[in-house]
Design a protein around this ligand. Structure first.
Ligand SMILES: *Cc1c(COP(=O)(O)O)cnc(C)c1O
Length: 374
C-alpha cells in the first residue's frame, strides 16, 4: 500500500466555505427553505442561460427526474434502452411499469447502437431512452429518424452530459426531454439534485406539477398523482455558487484528459474512449479499455492500481442486465449484447476531477505504464 494520499475516481470541487456563507445568509433572511423559492428560481434561470436550453425543471435527484420525465411522457408498454449505464436508467422504467428492452451499444461511442434499434421495435414499443454515456453524445440524428418513423418518444438520460454541445448547440435539446443528474460525483453538483430539460412551456408546467404532488399551479387542487421531487433552497444555492467556478473546473478536467490521452497512446493494449459528435466536451469521466494485448487483465490492473492507493471504478460493470430484476428478460441475454458484455469486461474509469494534480496524474500513468512493460 502506498503511504501517499489515496486517489479516488472523483472528488467534488468545493470552494472555500466562506463563499457559501452569503448564500446561506440570504436563505436565513428570506425564511424560505424550499417549494420553488428565490434560489430555486435563480438557479433555473441561470442554468437555462448557461446550458442554452429553453426550459428546465430542477429536481431533488436525477433518478426522480427520470421517473417524472417518463410519467410526463404518458407512455405505456416497452421502452428501448441500453444495458451499459447506471442502474437508475432502467429502474426509472420499472417505477413507471414500463418494460425495458435492452439493445446493444456501439463499440466506439459506447452509446445505444442505432443500427440495432429497429430490430427491437414491436407494436408495444412506446419510447427510446438512450444515455449519452460518459458525456459523449449519442447518434441523435439516427435516433430521431427511427423515432419519427415509428412514432416513438425519445427521453435522453443525459446524467453525464452537463454542458456538452454539438455543432447545433446544447446536446440537451434533442429528444422530447433530457434528464440531468447533479449528484456529488457529477461534473456539476448540488450534493444531490437533477433536472428535466423540455421543449415547451406546457410540458414544463406539467413537470412542475408532477414534482409537487400533482398540485395545480395555483395550489387549489390536486389533478395528477405527482411526487415530491423538489430541490431545496440550500441545494439550489450551492448550485448557483458551483456555476461560478464551472469553467475553471472544466479547464482542469480537460488538461487531465489531454495528458492521459497523450501518454496512453503509446501503451499497447490500452485504448481511450473517444467522443465522436461533440464540439464542447465536459471531461466527466476518463474510461479506458484494457484489451487482450495488455499484459494484465482488467481486474488485475484494477487491483494493481488499488495497491498503489489509486481507487478507480469499473463503470459499467456489471451491466444493468446482470441484476436480478432484469436478467430474466429475453433482451438481457449476453448473446443479444456482445459489445456491451465485452466493454463491461474491459473498462476502467481513471480518476478525473479538478483538484487532481500533475503529480497524481503522473502516479496513475506510471502504474499503467510500468505494468505494461512488466
Ligand atoms: C448518476 C446517474 C443517474 C442518477 O442520478 P442521481 O442524481 O444519482 O439519482 C442516472 N443515470 C445515469 C447514467 C447516471 O450516471
Amino acid at each position: 500500500m502506498s503511504d501517499r494520499e489515496p486517489i479516488y475516481v472523483t472528488r467534488p470541487a468545493l470552494p472555500p466555505l466562506e463563499e457559501f456563507v452569503p448564500y446561506l445568509q440570504e436563505i436565513w433572511d428570506a425564511r424560505i427553505l424550499t417549494n420553488g423559492g428565490p434560489m430555486h428560481q435563480r438557479l433555473e434561470a441561470a442554468l437555462c442561460k448557461h446550458l442554452g436550453v429553453p426550459h428546465i425543471s430542477l429536481f431533488n435527484n436525477g433518478t426522480q427526474a427520470l421517473v417524472t420525465a417518463l410519467q410526463a411522457a404518458d407512455i405505456h408498454g416497452e421502452v428501448i434502452t441500453t444495458p451499459y449505464s447506471f442502474v437508475a436508467t432502467a429502474h426509472s422504467l420499472l417505477w413507471n411499469s414500463l418494460r425495458p428492452v435492452f439493445v446493444d451499444i456501439d463499440p466506439v461511442t459506447l452509446n445505444l447502437d442505432p443500427a440495432r434499434i429497429e430490430d427491437a421495435i414491436t407494436p408495444d414499443t412506446a419510447a427510446i431512452m438512450p444515455v449519452h454515456c460518459y458525456g459523449h453524445p449519442c447518434d441523435v440524428e439516427a435516433i430521431r429518424a427511427i423515432a419519427d418513423k415509428h412514432g416513438l418518444k425519445v427521453i435522453y438520460d443525459a446524467a453525464h452530459a452537463f454542458g456538452v454541445r454539438d455543432d447545433g448547440g446544447s446536446v440537451l435539446r434533442h429528444g422530447d426531454m433530457s434528464v440531468l443528474s447533479f449528484h456529488a460525483t457529477k461534473v456539476f453538483s448540488t450534493f444531490e439534485g437533477g433536472a428535466i430539460i423540455c421543449r415547451d412551456k406546457e410540458t414544463k408546467q406539467k413537470i412542475d406539477r408532477l414534482k409537487n404532488f400533482g398540485f395545480e399551479a395555483d395550489g387549489s387542487t390536486v389533478s395528477l398523482h405527482g411526487t415530491n421531487g423538489k430541490l431545496s433552497e440550500i441545494h439550489a444555492a450551492f448550485g448557483l455558487m458551483q456555476l461560478e467556478g464551472i469553467e475553471a473546473s472544466l479547464a482542469r478536467r480537460q488538461a487531465v484528459d489531454l495528458r492521459y490521452r497523450q501518454e496512453l497512446a503509446a501503451v499497447q493494449g490500452i485504448s481511450c474512449v473517444e467522443g465522436k459528435n461533440e464540439l464542447v466536451a465536459n471531461y466527466a469521466y476518463f474510461p479506458i479499455l484494457v484489451g487482450p494485448t495488455y499484459p494484465l487483465s482488467r481486474d488485475a490492473l484494477f487491483r494493481r492500481l488499488q495497491e498503489h492507493g489509486i481507487f478507480t471504478r469499473r463503470y459499467f460493470h456489471p451491466l444493468i442486465t446482470e441484476f436480478p430484476m432484469y436478467r430474466a428478460l429475453p433482451s438481457a441475454e449476453p448473446a443479444n449484447l456482445p459489445v456491451a458484455t465485452k466493454v463491461a469486461s474491459e473498462v476502467i474509469c481513471l480518476p478525473i476531477y479538478p483538484e487532481l494534480d500533475d503529480e497524481q496524474v503522473g502516479r496513475i500513468l506510471s502504474v499503467i505504464k510500468e505494468s505494461a512493460a512488466a
